[in-house]
Structures are given as structure tokens and as C-alpha cells.
Design a protein around this ligand. Structure first.
Ligand code: GUN
Length: 284
């Protein structure tokens, strides 16, 4: 059984990005610039946004973090985004989710210029993924595909099961696995006899947002298990995933830990998307 070391894989990807970015001042006269907006003080968002800034620093990417008050009106945020869209010095724009209830996430996502949408959440980038036309790909699904590749797992011909159907993870990762020639089943917390479905999986991706919901009885011997969860164990209060790691790991051929699995890859892919936005703007 292999514990897939997301931190290590992410570190080497970020080194590659840093080496590439180091060549940009001479070629283009500047480095890529990512602007991250956080609205309010959601504790998880505070940590995520800080980690994004740290990753930029490690890669030599310029970062601006804008913190807006919880009570910021929706129109103020949209206007800020429009200003950044028009700013030639900004390559990537990311608004950290979730947002306060009075702000429409859909409106925010639509307002970010698709060319600067480093999250790959804009409807036209989503369409590009599903229609196989050029697009910016969402970071967590891309990160999962990189983890599988790094672990030597080729999805071709395998049976992949995805628990979760969100726009951010479940749906796009299922599409990417399909494009990598896996046979894909989507299921969710309301699936009847969920364990019967998940036990068929050669590759099981869990993005359900429920602490330790996947137990050993739900996993086939030798399966590869990717845990996208970021939860709190209700008993201990400690950070844990959607998979009961202690129980499941011994049955698997490879598994991602939480923390230190998928999370670091999301950020590495964000760095790659920022470079992609920068290069597209300079090469067009
Ligand atoms: N909140 C949790 N994950 C993400 C993400 O990938 N992007 C943004 N913008 N917000 C998030």
C-alpha cells in the first residue's frame, strides 16, 4: 500500500513552475500576477488564501490579496472584479468561496473574465472542459489527475467511481477520468446501496464532504482511493477526510491522506493556471 504524498508531488510541480517563471522577466519584462479576494473571516478561507499567497511566493509569482469586510455589498465586489478584469497588470483573479449569503456566487463567477479565471469556474471554461475545447481547468480535479499519474495509475480501462456531484470537484473530475478512458459512475450520499457501487471501483474518488463516511466495507481490495474531504472528526475535532483512513488504507493499493493529499495539488494547479493565463496574454 502506498500513501500518495501530495505535499512532495506539489513541491516538485511548484519547483517546475518557479523555474519557468524565472525565465519570464527577461522574455516578457514581468512575472505573472495573481489577485486573490477574500470576503469575510471564514477560518478555512483565511488559511486557504494564506496558503495561496505562500505558493505564489515559492513560485516567484506576484500575489495581491484583497480582504473585504463580511458586509461588503455584492455590487462593490462585482465592481472590484470588473476593475481587475480591465487591469493589464493582473493575469489571474480568484474569489475565495464560500461567500457571505447576500452575495451570489454565480454572479461573481460569471463576472470574472474567463481569460483570468484561474479557478476554471466560469461557465465558458466549464463548457470547454465538457466540449473538449480550450479552457482553464478547475484546480482540484486537475490535481487529482496529477496525483494518479504520479502514483503510476493509468485510468484507461479502469472502473472509476466518484462520490459527489459538485461543480467544483465531483462533476469535473468524473469528466476528466472519462476523457482518460476510465468507465465512470457518479454517486452521492443519497445513492441506495452506495457500498455496492463503491466496491466496484478500481479508482474511488470521494468528494462528499462528510467526515469518515467511507469505511473498509465500501472499498475493493487493491483499489486506489482519492480523498477530497476536508472535515473535522466529530469525536476528536481533528482534521480528517471523507475516508476512514485507518480502516481503509490497508485494503488499498494507494490512498491519499488528509491533510497532505489532494489539497497541496489544488494549489500547485492554481500556480500552473496562473502561468497559463500569463502566457496566453503574452502570446496572443
Ligand atoms: N473554496 C474551496 N475550494 C476553493 C477553490 O478551489 N477555489 C475557490 N475560489 N474557493 C474555494
Amino acid at each position: 500500500m502506498t500513501i500518495i504524498d501530495g505535499k512532495q508531488i506539489s513541491a516538485s510541480l511548484k519547483e517546475e513552475v518557479a523555474a519557468q517563471v524565472a525565465t519570464f522577466p527577461e522574455k516578457y519584462g514581468r512575472v505573472p500576477h495573481l489577485t486573490v479576494i477574500r470576503v469575510g473571516e471564514d477560518p478555512a478561507s483565511v488559511v486557504y488564501v494564506r496558503n495561496k499567497a505562500k505558493a505564489c511566493e515559492a513560485c516567484g509569482i506576484r500575489n495581491t490579496t484583497i480582504v473585504l469586510d463580511e458586509s461588503t455589498p455584492e455590487e462593490t465586489l462585482l465592481e472590484k472584479i470588473r476593475t481587475l478584469n480591465a487591469d493589464d497588470g493582473v493575469d489571474g483573479i480568484l474569489v475565495q468561496l464560500p461567500l457571505p449569503a447576500h452575495i451570489s456566487e454565480a454572479k461573481v463567477i460569471e463576472t470574472i473574465a474567463k481569460e483570468k479565471d484561474v479557478d476554471g469556474f466560469h461557465p465558458l471554461n466549464v463548457a470547454g472542459l465538457w466540449q473538449k475545447t480550450p479552457h482553464l481547468a478547475p484546480c482540484t480535479p486537475s490535481g487529482i489527475m496529477k496525483l494518479l499519474a504520479a502514483a503510476g495509475v493509468d485510468p484507461k480501462g479502469k472502473r472509476a467511481v466518484v462520490i459527489g456531484r459538485s461543480n467544483i470537484v465531483g462533476l469535473p473530475v468524473g469528466k476528466m477520468l472519462l476523457d482518460a478512458n476510465a468507465t465512470v459512475t457518479f454517486c452521492h450520499t443519497r445513492t441506495i446501496n452506495l457500498a455496492e457501487v463503491t466496491r466496484e471501483a478500481d479508482i474511488l474518488v470521494v468528494a462528499a464532504g462528510r467526515a469518515k463516511m467511507v469505511g473498509a466495507d465500501m472499498v475493493k481490495d487493491g483499489a486506489v482511493v482519492i480523498d477530497v474531504g476536508m472535515d473535522r472528526d466529530p469525536q476528536t475535532g481533528k482534521l480528517c477526510g471523507d475516508v476512514d483512513f485507518e480502516a481503509v488504507a490497508p485494503k488499498t493499493s494507494a490512498i491519499t491522506p488528509v491533510p497532505g493529499g489532494v489539497g497541496p495539488l489544488t494549489i500547485a494547479c492554481l500556480m500552473e493556471n496562473t502561468v497559463e493565463c500569463f502566457l496566453r496574454r503574452h502570446n496572443n
